[in-house]
Write a protein that binds this ligand. Sequence first.
Ligand SMILES: [Ca+2]
Ligand SMILES: [Ca+2]
Ligand SMILES: [Ca+2]
Length: 308
Amino acid sequence: MFMSISKSVVVPTLLLWAAFASRWVNAQLPMPSGLSPGDSYQLVFNTSAFTNGLSSDISIYNDFVQTAADAAGMGASQGVSWRAISSTASIDARVNAVVGANTPVYNTRLGQLEKIADGFSDMWDGSLDSFPSYDEYGQSNTTDAWTGSLTDGLRAPGSALGDASGTAWCGRPSLVDGQWIHFFEPSTSISLHVYALSEPITVTDADFNGDDRVDGIDFLTLQEHLGTTGASATHANGDANGDELINSADLTIWEMQFDSSASLGTAAATVPEPPVLVLALLALGPFLSRRPSLGLRQGETLHYFSRR
Ligand SMILES: [Ca+2]
Ligand SMILES: [Ca+2]
Ligand SMILES: [Ca+2]
């Protein structure tokens, strides 16, 4: 069923690549360097927006940080939920915003995430390794955040958010000792930021050949090994999420990370000869039928280059 390459079929291929490029609109989650696909990490940011500390309902603060994450493309669009690192009279910050026992936590510093803790114990031992002083866009944000908490992440008795005292503890993001969360105790009527913690995020990487870009070459690698499981399902073979399966989940990650700036010309030129065009639906049909977001309408055909 393979077709020989010809100018007439290269044209629709070009059009398809253009379609891919225009559809990659979701921002990627900030990802730390030095981790491998399948590893987990969590992110902390200090909201760019302000709120008061009057409510004793923790869901108010959780919704506040989720809204910030959503607006920055790090929340609902990525399937990631966020919690406020905040205490009320009825819940402790470290219970509301759970850090995994051995899950590293990073700030959102633009361009270079910094690790602030190695896991639960390190997070709540009274000091951080780096400043939690970046907002949901990765910009510096050193203004105080409501916490209602002590340095170990437990609620501050009588001074948690929404308490009748009318005051609550806040943290100063420019300090990495316990004062990042327990700095001073202003009136809850003033407006401050809120620290947000993500749920654990799995490291993914669709750059299978390690050339620092996610393009058609990586797609070919994935396609060649589609369906592979176990020890052969390596990152180099197309396992983008480290689960030792090469399947539609990896295709989705490739789609999300696809580098729209990568030119077709370069990609096509570096594919080993003899290049032929394949009807991709032969291989991907079952996945495409469950992935309408890949951009194909019913009856349309996906063409791409193959090494075979
Ligand atoms: Ca620590
Ligand atoms: Ca690559
Ligand atoms: Ca996989």
